[in-house]
Design a protein around this ligand. Structure first.
Ligand code: FES
Ligand SMILES: [Fe+2]
Length: 320
């Protein structure tokens, strides 16, 4: 149980669990999210499979196994599991053990990334295709023509996405010159905000830009920062690992005609600024009834919207 966050550690939704190009056909990919040891592998048709990684035979980790013809092979005694998690072969027995079945999770590959639905036992509450990305950005993600960064942070996923509506910190922590104006919209599992901000540009110039931020569930966030004919895209996804332990996946790019070094621009505008947020997240606490100043109502709107992802959740198992 967390002492810093009075929130269930794993809200309901789609979460990024990795990169599609890290998942081949011969070896499974071991991972740990939602308090579970998991293993991901590909079916022969390419579709990813996500299952609990503990072999029900004698408990070896299937993440250290192999994949043969779309079957997951345990490294210890060679039991084979199909894409539904069923044991379908024991190398030294005539018949498989029909009681030996791995729990499987809903998993999808999109934009070259892997996503899983939490909690495992229920069908996804909305299709992942509800997440719309600008075509130019979606294509670059598919081609892996983006800059990828991951952060392991001792925090809760809800804290990360709250950053999009907490515009007052843009002045103190980031490089805004004035308190940004933010408008928000909430619809079911989607939440959008449009922020107008004034940044300090080169030679102390004023740079007016807008940030279009779209959340889809508690873990996925697409951002577009625009000024003049320049754009910076970022896909900022937060995934629970354990209590007070998350991974943030940040993948994005700059598209700025006339800028010589788009990578450097992305580094300065996104990575250097996000690192400041990460430093705050790593130690901050969640104040349930915050004392706010005028203009900070979007934080309340965001929290009210986010509360839907905690309704009737199962008790987390295996959480350390
Ligand atoms: S522990 Fe997996 S086959 Fe024996
Ligand atoms: Fe921030």
């Amino acid at each position: 149980v967390s002492t810093r966050f009075p929130l269930a550690p794993f809200p309901r939704g789609w979460f990024q669990i990795g990169y599609g190009d890290a998942l081949g056909y011969d070896l499974p990919l071991g991972m740990h999210f939602f308090g579970h040891d998991l293993v991901c592998f590909r079916r022969p048709d390419g579709h990813p499979v996500l299952a609990d990684a503990v072999c029900p035979h004698l408990g070896a980790s299937l993440a250290d196994g192999a994949v043969e013809d779309g079957l997951l092979i345990c490294p210890f005694h060679g039991w084979a599991y199909d894409s539904e998690g069923r044991n379908c072969r024991i190398p030294y027995a005539e018949k498989p053990n029909r009681g030996a079945r791995l729990a499987t999770w809903s998993v999808e590959e999109r934009f070259g990334l892997l996503f899983a639905w939490y909690p495992r036992h229920e069908p996804p509450g909305w299709p992942l295709s509800d997440l719309q990305l600008p075509a130019e950005f979606a294509e670059r993600l598919e081609r892996a023509d983006v800059i990828r960064n991951e952060y392991r942070v001792a925090t809760h996923v809800q804290e990360v996405l709250e950053n999009t509506v907490d515009t007052a910190h843009f002045i103190q922590l980031h490089r805004c010159l004035e308190t940004p104006q933010v408008e928000t919209w909430a619809e079911d599992h989607r939440f959008a905000s449009l922020t107008k901000q004034v940044l300090r540009g080169a030679h102390d110039s004023r740079l007016e830009s807008r940030v279009d931020s779209r959340l889809c569930g508690p873990g996925l966030n697409v951002n577009l920062i625009e000024w003049a004919d320049s754009r910076i895209y970022s896909f900022l996804n937060a995934t629970p690992v354990d209590v007070d332990d998350i991974v943030v996946w940040l993948q994005g790019c700059a598209s700025a005609p006339g800028t010589i070094d788009e990578e450097r621009l992305y580094d300065r505008a996104v990575l250097q600024e996000f690192q400041k947020d990460v430093n705050i997240f790593a130690v901050k606490r969640y104040i349930e009834a915050p004392l706010l100043a005028a203009g900070e109502k979007p934080i309340i709107d965001y929290r009210r919207w986010a509360s839907q992802f905690y309704l009737n959740l199962p008790e987390p198992v295996g959480v350390s």
